[in-house]
Write a protein that binds this ligand. Structure first.
Ligand code: AMP
Length: 111
């Protein structure tokens, strides 16, 4: 997707410091952090949102779910962490390339 911000970050066309990368995802800090730790887990492949997932993405999503606690542990979030996936305009999604927010490092407010 030539006009996708996160595709450009994945491709290295827009700078971001990856705190983790593997064959399926890149992980970098949110530019506008909502907590002391605020990472974005971004698939290398372009999927617009949860609403566009198909069975071909099952391994990718399992990989992300299992990676999240590993990333949290590496960030020192021993007390717990929050994960958020915004989906669609009504869900507050701003960047239409699927990503998981990983937040923690302080007491987060309840919903
Ligand atoms: P969402 O509202 O779930 O689509 O979240 C998009 C997130 O991307 C927001 O929290 C933004 O702060 C973040 N963001 C936008 N541009 C960048 C960027 N260049 N580098 C890191 N994070 C970004």
């Amino acid at each position: 997707m030539s006009d996708c911000l996160f595709c450009k970050i994945v491709a290295g066309e827009i700078p971001a410091e990856f705190v983790h990368e593997d064959e399926r995802v890149v992980v970098f800090a949110d530019i506008n952090p909502k907590a002391r730790v605020h990472l974005l887990v971004v698939p290398r492949t372009h999927v617009a949102s949860l609403a566009e997932l198909g069975p071909e993405h099952d391994n990718l999503m399992a990989h992300i779910m299992r990676l999240l606690p590993v990333l949290a542990d590496r960030q020192g979030l021993t007390d717990g962490f929050r994960t958020i996936i915004n989906t669609g305009k009504g869900g507050g999604q701003e960047v239409f390339h699927l990503h998981v927010h990983l937040l923690g490092g302080e007491d987060l407010p309840g919903f």
